[in-house]
Design a protein around this ligand. Structure first.
Ligand code: THU
Length: 153
């Protein structure tokens, strides 16, 4: 049976070497920042940790408000930290949610992540144990994302 070139175990040509993703370190950062969540209304604590191309990690938690609609999710909180630090090139994210059931980034967070990486590898972990971690990607969760290209005039 013939095999396609990409089945032969060859690494694709890349402009720069791929950064190894230390998922265990990202999980630790997401779980640690989750402890700082401000979620008195939902009781649902979330932490997110983003690895960027330079190797730095940015973490964010959800911050709720008595005016419920002002809540910011953990993923957007982490993105804000990343941009404020002058970084714009995320390569992976872990999201740690409450309880034994895996969560998944909300639509608003998916769109916010897509601003900086349309095919970001995503790892979902349940802080309460139970469900095993799940790996997915932003392109799977948000295909055909709206992006800057659509705004070209
Ligand atoms: N939340 C996140 O921080 N990230 C998600 O991916 C889903 C939801 C937060 C928002 C709110 O504070 C709480 O979880 C319940 O929706």
């Amino acid at each position: 049976m013939s095999r396609a070139p990409h089945d032969a175990g060859e690494a694709p040509a890349a402009a720069e070497p791929a950064l190894a993703i230390d998922w265990a370190a990202l999980d630790r950062a997401a779980l640690a920042v989750r402890e700082r969540a401000h979620a008195p209304y939902s009781g649902y604590w979330v932490g997110a940790a983003i690895l960027v191309r330079s190797g730095r990690v940015f973490a964010g938690c959800n911050v709720e408000n008595a005016s419920y609609g002002l809540t910011i999710c953990a993923e957007r909180s982490a993105i804000v930290q990343m941009v404020a630090a002058g970084e714009r090139d995320p390569v992976a994210i872990t999201v740690a949610t409450s309880g034994p059931v895996l969560g998944s980034p909300c639509g608003m967070c998916r769109q916010t992540l897509a601003e900086f990486a349309v095919d970001l590898p995503i790892r979902l972990i349940a802080a309460g144990g139970g469900a095993p971690p799940r790996h997915t990607s932003l392109s799977a969760l948000l295909p055909e994302a709206f992006g800057a290209a659509a705004l070209s005039r």
